[in-house]
Design a protein around this ligand. Sequence first.
Ligand SMILES: NC(=O)C1=CN([C@@H]2O[C@H](COP(=O)(O)OP(=O)(O)OC[C@H]3O[C@@H](n4cnc5c(N)ncnc54)[C@H](O)[C@@H]3O)[C@@H](O)[C@H]2O)[C@@H](O)CC1
Ligand SMILES: [K+]
Length: 548
Amino acid sequence: MQPVLNIEDVRQVEQSLTLEGVSLAELMRRAGHAVAQEVLASRPQRVAILCGTGNNGGDGWVAAERLHEAGVAVQVVAPQDPQDLKSSLALMVAKSAVAAGVSYTVAPSTDELAALLSSSDVVVDALLGTGFHGAPAAPFDLWIQEVNRTSATVVAVDVPSGLSAQTGHAPGQAVYADTTVTMISLKPGLISGRGRDLCGSIVLAPLASQTDRLVVEADPVAWRCDAQDYLEVLPCDTQDIDKYSRGSVLVVAGSLRFPGAAIMAAQAAARAGAGYVTLVVPDRVATVCRTHLLEIPVVGMPSTPEGQFSVEGKAQIVSMAEKASAVLCGPGMGVSADTVAVTSALLECSRPLVLDADALNALGRMTTNRLDNFPELIRREAPLVLTPHRRELGRIAGTPNDPPDSLTAALEAARRVVWADGGTDICVVAKGEATGCVGVEIALLPKPGPAALATAGSGDVLAGTMAATLARGLESNELLPLLCAYACEVHGLAGTLAAENCGSRGVMASDVIACLGLASDAMEESVSMAVSGAAQEGDAAHPQVSGR
Ligand SMILES: NC(=O)C1=CN([C@@H]2O[C@H](COP(=O)(O)OP(=O)(O)OC[C@H]3O[C@@H](n4cnc5c(N)ncnc54)[C@H](O)[C@@H]3O)[C@@H](O)[C@H]2O)[C@@H](O)CC1
Ligand SMILES: [K+]
């Protein structure tokens, strides 16, 4: 797992490193060298380095001097004469680079800049780093446009200029990098929001041997999962199974208006590996569901005149829920006093439960949008997984009119709910372009799926996948966030496979469902390969360790 630190915590680590004897000047030297090393890997002849006025620019000047020493033709581009730099660190390294013979251009015209960039093999973007806020001001906005027009390889220092490394927002021009060399630790904005498009591949430069320890001590806001992390939640590899040992799922979903959501959630649960799936719907839509679901029994329950669940069916739904390995409630269900009652009754049942879509809206209704003020509602022995998208998250976490607009805001909102509960029984899967699986002790970031998943019904498919994964059982509730992250990755991978079959813009939720089985197999294989790869690396390292 890779830790992700908020910007203020990265600064804290930087301070701790200085207290442990690694000065800021030394950190900047190492940062610049890490960038130079990355640039040298592509064996360039001509490199342009755009340096801003803060310490991000300082890293750029260090890289320039290093590349110059290595015999590369380097040209620094700066908005002001290096003598006028206000940051004492940046001033020091810029003077050193100039004294070493690095050539530079101050405030070139757009045409001059374009000519310089087009004659460069690599462009290093050291304009704006973690000190950036707002939108890039002139001349950086124009410079960034020119960088994005060049065919040269673009290496960003710490963060692509124009991107907030904290929020992932980029309200103005922002650099599209091929590679981002980021210092100390991953930051949330690099792996969420616009960061996912802007960063290219991310290379981490820890800068000091103490960094790993200090980053963990700084309490990462989240951890990005690697394939081998999922070993603990892989399904058992055995032939000795029947349909019940793979777990049964009860899906409580649908309404006259949205029967499709229920159909897709049930199909997804079956494709994601549940041995037995039963769909419970309001009786007015039972027939349409049956015509779509040949293998899945559909049970009709009393319905209201609007075609939603009626409270009359509540006791029967709960009694069916008690027999399932896991229950999913919510997709397409609608929100009314009756569906609120059904949701609330299911919370009291003793089986693992996934609440999605309208079940979350029902929770919002029950708690006047402050689920965190009603922890007794969600405190239970069996696992509870809530799968809100950001608007739904706002409705349960106290900000219905101002939903979380970034990964970190979503993690914070999810934590309000999870910490109010306080136990390991709950996980909030805060869905977005980057999804966080937030438990009471840890927030995990599964590898995000492709943009093709932004299609109607995709949430129903994830909910069904989640329920099927939960139905396999869990050795300990502490593994709940990991299990949820695993389900998210299976869903994401199914999206990738569906995009290969149908084209990135042609994917419909049913295509994702069709790929869930293959995606599960591929996930298991990639986890096994990652684990055996790590074991081999361990073996290779072993003689050195024992030979000390
Ligand atoms: N955190 C760390 O441990 C380390 C950080 N280092 C570098 O230091 C950087 C942070 O340095 P700073 O805090 O000096 O900040 P930056 O260099 O990121 O930016 C500060 C400068 O940008 C200007 N600026 C801010 N918003 C702007 C906008 N919208 N338009 C135009 N100009 C704008 C400010 O006026 C200031 O001059 C990191 O990104 C990294 O590259 C490294 O040198 C070494 C280690
Ligand atoms: K930058």
